[in-house]
Design a protein around this ligand. Structure first.
Ligand code: IPE
Ligand code: IPE
Ligand code: MG
Length: 282
């Protein structure tokens, strides 16, 4: 067995993560809209596929970093239902890259305690990908580390509509009564059921939209939008987003004065910023 991610983590990165953990309350669930692969490639006069390939390196680094720092759930938007409308050749390349990623990574994810899941209309994916997703989910089902969810052929509205259909069927069957349809009940019918709602929603490449991602679940997520293109987004950028998150006041409709200190543990980020600058001189 290869050494685990914790065993191979550089000392300075370990130190930085430990400082980050003490600086504020970690988000339980981070959701990311990984955008900008195409632009990354175009800027370099490369075909778009080169951006998708480099984007996979970012996925590897972010998954590893999230796992090492102890995040509970990481949900990555890898392919939207709308992305089926892209040129056939690009869709086909994306599916090939996805299959290759799963083939290469599932074992390593498992060895590092990651629980792999997928959400979306996955029966629209190539059979080979469906099989790998199923095997990966089965193999890692009992793992207790990071829950890594890949949103594939995903649409937030589609999931809500699908959940409504199932609920309607349950009402007809008599196993659900209309009075019991609460917000919690609706959450439990979504594909994200069992996961806490995202606390932090990151979008790369500067676009300021949700693109049909986790529409129900992100009701109170803190949004972090960075101009960095996804292939350039690595662990130092994740750490920056965490620092930014620690500085937010999550009021959930209340006034500042109503909040207990424990709701928003204040963090002293100046020291961390200096530490980050030291490690990443950029
Ligand atoms: C994100 O990068 C990857 C997917 C949507 C599959 P894009 O391919 O959307 O890159 P841009 O937005 O064209 O730069
Ligand atoms: C959103 O990115 C979907 C993924 C990141 C997988 P897009 O690049 O497809 O989003 P739009 O269409 O520009 O909003
Ligand atoms: Mg895009």
């Amino acid at each position: 067995m290869k050494p685990t991610w914790l065993e191979t983590q550089a000392d300075d990165d370990k130190q930085l993560q430990s400082e980050l953990r003490q600086a504020g309350a970690m988000p339980r669930h981070i959701a990311i809209i990984m955008d900008g692969n195409g632009r990354w490639a175009v800027e370099r006069n490369l075909p778009r596929v080169a951006g998708h390939e480099e984007g996979i390196e970012s996925v590897r680094d972010i998954v590893k970093a999230a796992s090492q720092i102890g995040i509970e759930c990481l949900t990555l938007y890898a392919f939207s239902m709308e992305n089926w409308k892209r040129p056939r050749q690009e869709v086909s390349i994306l599916m090939t890259l996805l299959e290759k990623y799963l083939r290469q990574e599932i074992r390593e994810l498992h060895d590092n305690g990651v629980k792999l899941k997928s959400i979306g209309k996955t029966n629209a994916l190539p059979k080979s990908v469906q099989k790998l997703l199923r095997e990966g989910a089965e193999m890692t089902a009992d793992n207790t580390g990071l829950t890594l969810t890949l949103a594939l052929s995903y649409s937030g509205r589609w999931d809500i509509a699908r959940a409504m259909q199932v609920m309607a069927l349950d009402v007809r069957r008599g196993t659900l009564s209309p009075e019991d349809i609460t917000e919690e009940k609706i959450s439990s019918y979504l594909l994200t059921s069992g996961m806490p709602d995202p606390d932090l929603l990151i979008r790369t490449s500067g676009e300021k939209r949700l693109s049909n991602y986790l529409l129900w679940e992100t009701a109170y997520a803190e949004m972090y939008i960075t101009d960095a293109l996804w292939p350039d987004f690595r662990r130092n950028d994740l750490y920056k987003s965490l620092l930014d998150y620690f500085g937010r006041e999550r009021r959930f409709g209340k006034t500042s004065a109503q909040l207990l200190d424990s709701d928003n543990p204040k963090s002293e980020c100046g020291y961390l910023q200096r530490l980050m600058n030291m490690f990443y001189a950029k």
